[in-house]
Unconditional design. Structure first.
Length: 277
């Protein structure tokens, strides 16, 4: 949108329960002109505003080719998200955005794509996966590795099943605290790296999830031969303004709301795991 300060009213058209305290909200901008002008890239985020309460940065998880509706998967954890959880279809919230840098999907064309996610961290890459599958012939093999703490934390179950059935695609799931119903790998997501073949010279890796997962997982990918310049991570920091002014999301010389949240690993490796930077 041209003016990043403008909050556009949006109607909730569907509320989809993903897990306990986690819902996906499908919204539609009220103003037709704003709706027609709204374009985003997979990996970008919006500031989602509850009138009279405040706003919070939430990844856009819907398909960039279908901007008529915007999907946001939200965990109820704080004051604003609790207010969002109280809303129902037909209610109105505010949308400001889109902000940030998305996934390098054009750069990934013609290459194998390794996608590594953990927990709710899978949300920022869902739009990228849908984008790739709509252009399946433009990409090589797809490997989706996703880890959760418990089976109850597994979101997008139907999507994972759908992706698993696609050609030249592997979907591997892991849980480090499984129950009797779990029929996939028991352990952490980084252990799944040993179960897939990776052609390092033809591959690009997209990672999002807990920062500890990235700090442990990236060195494994690099030992498998994928260079740091072909590994992209989606990073989380507390974002308030969306335009790099407030400084809350600063990481070294970068403001993740503007320069990220998707960053090439070699640019941010020095600051991962550090506090106060």
């Amino acid at each position: 949108m041209a003016n990043p300060y403008v909050i556009h009213p949006a109607t909730i058209v569907e509320k989809i329960r993903e897990a306990e305290d986690i819902n996906t909200y499908r919204v539609r901008l009220v103003d037709e002109q704003a709706r027609q002008c709204f374009r985003f890239a997979a990996g970008q985020f919006n500031m989602v505003y509850v009138f009279g309460v405040g706003e919070v940065a939430i990844s856009i998880v819907s398909d960039p080719d279908e901007p008529e509706f915007l999907d946001h998967t939200i965990r109820t954890v704080g004051r604003v998200t609790k207010a969002i959880a109280d809303l129902k279809p037909g209610d109105v919230l505010g949308i400001r955005g889109p902000f940030g840098q998305g996934w390098p999907l054009e750069e990934a064309c013609g290459r194998n794509v390794v996608i590594v996610t953990g927990g709710l961290g899978c949300a920022p890459v869902v739009g990228a996966i849908e984008y790739i599958f709509k252009r399946r012939e433009q990409y090589g093999s797809i490997k989706i590795l996703h880890g959760v703490k418990t089976p109850h934390d597994l979101l997008y179950r139907e999507r994972f099943d759908q992706w698993r059935r696609a050609s030249d695609t592997e979907v591997l799931l892991a849980s480090d605290h499984p129950d009797k119903t779990w029929r996939y790998h028991i352990g952490v997501v980084t252990e799944l790296f040993e179960e897939v073949a990776i052609d390092s010279m033809k591959s690009i890796a997209l990672m999002c999830g807990p920062e500890i997962m990235m700090r442990l997982g990236v060195p494994i990918l690099m030992r498998r031969g994928i260079p740091a310049t072909a590994i992209y991570v989606s990073l989380e920091r507390h974002m308030e303004c969306g335009i790099g002014l407030c400084g809350h999301c600063q990481m070294g010389p970068y403001f993740l709301c503007k320069d990220g949240p998707v960053m090439r690993y070699d640019r941010v490796a020095h600051w991962l795991g550090q506090t106060g930077v």
